[in-house]
Design a protein around this ligand. Structure first.
Ligand SMILES: [Zn+2]
Length: 269
């Protein structure tokens, strides 16, 4: 995988015959008390030294990813728009910087239905962000949650259920990694022998969760299942030398992962 272009809000890579762009929606600051040890105990008291805080908070990047196969552009997650903190909502600018026309995005798939992944369907002025959207895929287990978001009402009936193993076009396959949310899904993208896994929220705090993959996040719907999914997905991507692309890895959030003792290490690309 090679970098083709980059800027403040994007980085674009060639993967086989495809390209994948990391698009920066922004960042969100969260207190370290959201980190949890097994047993759902707060981890903040004994944070390892390498964990960086900004004014006492963890700073999480918020990234979405666009895959261009020359006939369609598939967007995985859409950022936050104006639905949460104003430190997010840069996805439209990131698309422009990456030279991706919003009109060219016809397929959107969500890793899960949290605020920072779905609200970019609608621009802050109320217009559709992707006027030519023809396919909207939502993990089956989270369709009802998606349909509970009043701001996205016009999309409720258009949303299709996405199931594990389902293919989106020739190169993208949905992989279940439930736990962070009931339908949390990763997307495996393969072309000409190269593979990248767009893994959504497998990691929230990269400075700690590669070294301590047992650490969970307060917002994980099922702490135990989220831990199991992270360990399974990390082992799988490390052993297969897949590239990974993460929604909350430091922007652009693309690289490889390898085993390091009982834990893992992330090598950004
Ligand atoms: Zn998230």
């Amino acid at each position: 995988m090679q970098r083709i272009s980059s800027g403040d809000l994007h980085a674009c890579y060639k993967i086989g015959a495809l390209s994948i762009s990391s698009l920066r929606d922004g960042y969100v600051d969260m207190p370290p008390t959201r980190l949890r040890q097994p047993g759902n105990k707060v981890f903040a008291d004994n944070l390892p030294r390498q964990v960086r805080l900004v004014d006492g908070n963890l700073r999480l990047s918020v990234n979405a990813f666009a895959i261009d196969d020359a006939s369609d552009i598939t967007l995985i997650d859409t950022g936050t728009s104006n639905a949460w903190h104003p430190t997010m909502g840069s996805l439209p600018q990131a698309l422009r910087e990456a030279n991706i026309a919003a009109d060219g995005v016809r397929t959107i798939a969500f890793t899960h239905t949290h605020l920072d992944h779905i609200h970019g369907l609608i621009l802050p002025d109320g217009q559709d962000a992707f006027p030519q959207l023809s396919r909207l895929l939502v993990p089956k287990e989270e369709l009802d949650m998606f349909r509970g978001e009043a701001r996205l009402q016009r999309f409720h009936e258009r949303a299709e259920a996405l199931v594990a193993g389902q293919r989106i076009g020739a190169n993208i396959e949905a992989v279940a990694a439930h736990g962070h949310e009931v339908g949390h899904t990763c997307f495996r993208i393969t072309s000409e022998g190269e593979t990248v896994l767009v893994w959504g929220d497998i990691v929230h705090v990269p400075s700690i969760q590669f070294e301590h993959p047992e650490i969970t996040w307060e917002f994980d719907a099922d702490q135990e299942q989220a831990r199991e999914s992270r360990l399974r997905i990390m082992a799988w991507t490390a052993d297969n030398k897949y590239y990974i692309a993460g929604a909350h890895l430091d922007s652009p959030g693309v690289g490889r992962i390898r085993r390091s003792g009982a834990a893992f290490q992330f090598d950004p690309l």
